[in-house]
Design a protein around this ligand. Sequence first.
Ligand SMILES: Nc1nc2c(ncn2[C@@H]2O[C@H](COP(=O)(O)OP(=O)(O)OP(=O)(O)O)[C@@H](O)[C@H]2O)c(=O)[nH]1
Ligand SMILES: [Mg+2]
Length: 316
Amino acid sequence: MSVRNLPVEELVARALEGNRRAVGRLLTLVERGGTDADEIADLAHQQARGAHIVGITGAPGAGKSTLTGQLTRLLPEMGVAPAVLAVDPSSPLTGGAILGDRIRMDNIAGEGTFIRSVATRGHAGGLALSVPGCVRVFDAAGFDPVIIETVGVGQVEVDVVAAADTTVVVVNPGWGDAVQANKAGLLEVADIFVINKADRPGASDTRRDLELMLDLSHVSGLEDDSGYRPPILMTTATDGEGVAAVWDSVLAHREHLTSSGQLSTRQAARLRYEITNRVEAQLHVEASAAIDRADLSEALSPIKLAAQITDRLLRD
Ligand SMILES: Nc1nc2c(ncn2[C@@H]2O[C@H](COP(=O)(O)OP(=O)(O)OP(=O)(O)O)[C@@H](O)[C@H]2O)c(=O)[nH]1
Ligand SMILES: [Mg+2]
């Protein structure tokens, strides 16, 4: 039977029972946004099971999807059922080139996993709202871990993975790749580094660069108070080499979060991020409507007029 016309409560009920079509439909509605999306996110929140959220990020073409695809093969063999949310970098600048070389993860995913791409379509706000909503749906439906893949360019993309419980940063061998990652703000969000394409020359140079930068961050006091130092792993994702060790490191990081009490700190930060994005999105809508209603030809300066509109908006 089609799930298309089912009310959201019924869809959520079915998703909780493991109905994949219901999960797919819920994700579509969440991605679309609006009141259905909010209601779904809210219902899913009430059924939260606390899946571990893993963010995977890195430069375009670093091998994030290949690595993620390997994880979705490996994990079901261990009795783990992952879901993947691949955030599509549809920037008109880079989209074409990236998509041209893009691995279709659906082709390599193992059974029992759920893989979904979400398009950003240039709506930064939409991404910041839809990703947490989709993660909630996966979590309520019993998938654990929930893996989010985003390309590590753009503040929203980086913020989205930084809000994960464990953030994996993928870099490649070659001179300066670690430096690029540093520039993109990826070093400070990394809980685990993966040097993928270790079959290519320069992997040990990249490792040395990363170690050096981690040493420096220690000197400057950026290192985690609890003394956690992100491990640096090597993988050749195309043949699965080193991928099991990545998962071991995720588990070790989770253990660290739990024993140090940082898991709840991260969860609180993630909620704050979600709430902030929701409030901002709501205010943005209200503000646009208020500006549309205002008489912009009033003989006030733009500064005074803006202040007046804001005052009225906050009073109502
Ligand atoms: N030699 C080599 N090539 C790899 C490895 N991992 C991935 N690739 C290749 O690198 C290219 C990009 O891989 P993807 O997994 O699509 O990279 P991505 O980071 O997901 O790319 P975007 O999502 O587009 O940013 C593909 O042609 C892969 O086959 C590796 O370990 N070694
Ligand atoms: Mg990819």
